[in-house]
Design a protein around this ligand. Sequence first.
Ligand code: ADP
Ligand code: ADP
Length: 234
Amino acid sequence: DTVIDAHNVSKVYNKDTIPVYAVNNVHLHLERGEFTALVGPSGSGKTTLLNMIGGLDKPDEGNIYINGQDITQLSANALIDFRLRNIGFVFQSFNLIPVLTAKENVEFIMQLQKIKRKDRDARVNQLFKQIDMEEKLNERPSKLSGGQQQRVAVARALASKPQFILADEPTANLDTKSASNLLDIMARLNKEENITFLFSTHDQRVIDRARRVITLVDGRIVNDTSVVSTSHME
Ligand code: ADP
Ligand code: ADP
């Protein structure tokens, strides 16, 4: 199954003066179950590309098919609904709601989907088990470490049962141990639940965990390398 099929995607800033191609004629194809890193220097277009793939930003040129749907053709309301069902987002700064507990931050998404309380509870318990945070359900984000907050953000991203997670620099604010722990959880979700991940990163230790690495420079893909599996050596 194809998750992402992006054709000729470009984003141009400053069209009226000196145009800047933040993303320049990118083609990108991702299959279900991939665990892919998007890398490149600061300003190379990673955030802009992820935002367009996630439907948070519109390309100036090109089409982006997510699970077969061209999201560039959806109305604003249809796009919100499509995103909720198809794409989970994880951001570098966690973006949890501070006045809600960890559990409420995750449950909130299910309330938007009008999922019944009993089903919500079951799914919350399952998700907190998957992120190894069962004992922190009722803590506010301020009581959690950065790594724990990011794990809650992953659970929130999965609350509406998308099969695909987009993460923009998810480990940028984490120490080495927390970053490694987050990658363990992401890799486990990838392996056991077949969740597809596309994440941008600067961190070599995170890049080393990816199975495919796509490099952007000046808005263009300059390298796309699939890593031969080494799991038989582990
Ligand atoms: P990265 O995530 O790789 O650091 P970005 O996608 O943030 O790269 O930025 C790519 C390029 O587009 C940079 O040159 C950046 O300055 C420019 N850019 C990004 N957003 C805007 C914007 N809203 N207006 C003008 N230029 C922008
Ligand atoms: P990143 O952490 O990916 O490098 P930045 O810090 O470059 O992101 O950008 C943060 C935000 O500022 C983004 O939403 C981006 O679109 C916007 N931005 C980046 N460059 C510019 C720019 N030259 N002009 C206006 N907005 C920009």
